[in-house]
Design a protein around this ligand. Sequence first.
Ligand code: FAD
Length: 487
Amino acid sequence: DKLHVDPESIGEASVDFGLIVREIPVAVLRPSHPEDIAILVAFAYNKFPIPFTISARGCGHSVRGQAMARDGVVVDMTSLGNKTTVSWSQSLGHYADVGGQQLWIDVLEETLKHGVAPVSWTDYLYLTVGGTLSNAGISGGTFRYGPQISNVYEMDVITGTGHFLTCSPHENPELFHSVLGGLGQFGIITRARIALGPAPKRAKWVKMLYSDFSAFTTDQERLISRHRRDQDEVLDYVEGQLFMRRNSDSWISFFSSLDHPRLMSLVTEHELLYCIEVAKFYDECTQSAVDKDLEKILKDLSHGPEFLYQKDVGYVDFLNRVRVGEMVLREQGLWNVPHPWLNLFVPKSRIADFNTGVFKNIVLKKNMTTELVLIYPMNNDKWDDRMSAVIPDEDVFYAVGFLHSSGFEDWQEFDLQNKEVLHFCEDNGIKQYLPNYSTESDWIQHFGPKWRKFEENKAQFDPKMLLSPGQNIFNHNQGMNSKIDGV
Ligand code: FAD
């Protein structure tokens, strides 16, 4: 009774946020307990004459079918329900044990009841813990706190053989490191022990505008060079965006309507503006010092003083800011549309060329991009190289995200632009985040020196290649042919 084959269940599991790919499973499992998943995987592994594939699905916020399983079984993780337990220990301080199926927004709400909160976030909180830990989980706090995968102490994982294992840096470390950033290839995360810190109450939220790219990146890099967790004069969040006239709907709402005419004429004059977005959190204890601290941190940056805009918002409102945009888009019927996204990690040494080669020579010239373009740096030393996630081999690298929305008829045009961008990226040490490749050689190139280990781990933890076939890493023959043009 937990396996569903009705058209509605199958239909839901066949699409994702991208609305570009469709893969039809034979059934959807709605587990009540993690044991239900272990039984399914063990059955596929041991008993079934021909193994079938199995994909954990968080919310299906992937954009290229990564949580799908053609002719296999999709596990609807969210049916496991909510479970967050907050604890404290001498060695870890506060931590939370959370289900892999849980949304980060629910983890936040539960932990706040104890005056604590996770330290590392994504920009959007309606993503599952298992889904983001399978990638990395990044946002403006990554420069200081590391990605979400750097803030996990322990996990329970069901491997591709149906075994239920607890893993940590000390217990089954190979499994622990391979699952984090492992694109769902080695096991299904049913519990994660997450690092927590004291929950702030409010955020000073500041945006600064630049017309000069070099000044923009110099200042961003300077801001993230102060990244000690225990320091006062450090920001909690540093991101950045590309402002163009054409994508003004994606950035203008932050600013007061009185500023809109000035901003529009600025962006018309310069064609491209670069915006540094920062936040500093505070509570009752730090309230009296926060303005001074912020002033010190932002002192001597190269934007003109008239190009700084500031807000003071509640901590939860800050963390949950993307939800507001989602609601507006939903109302306009613009949320459930194709999302031909492209996310990249660009090494610091290539970012100036990237500005010329991509922002100016592709994005600006094509004049198609109407959505958010993110660009922000992070520090390599906040990542753990033993994990499966792949990042550039430089001390500082940039996350660049083209978060396109399109119509059902024209998403291919955005994909053509993406291809041009990827062509520019070839041989530049640039990596895809939330990667999407269709051939084994592309994956081998993506993982670089980590490929051998990745393959060995697959052979150990999922030898029959049952898990997360929608990533198309080990299941090429099954995946790509059935992908159809738009859903
Ligand atoms: P799904 O899309 O359902 O799954 C993703 C992959 O993980 C699949 O391969 C799936 O099989 C596997 N998986 C899912 N659950 C588990 C589990 N429990 N155990 C093992 N494998 C599992 N990412 C960021 O890093 N930072 C951001 O700021 C950010 N913002 C976003 C904003 C929006 C609006 C959207 C749509 C996405 C954003 N993402 C961001 C991307 C997001 O991290 C990915 O979509 C990710 O896959 C999480 O989505 P999900 O939980 O729905 O996972």
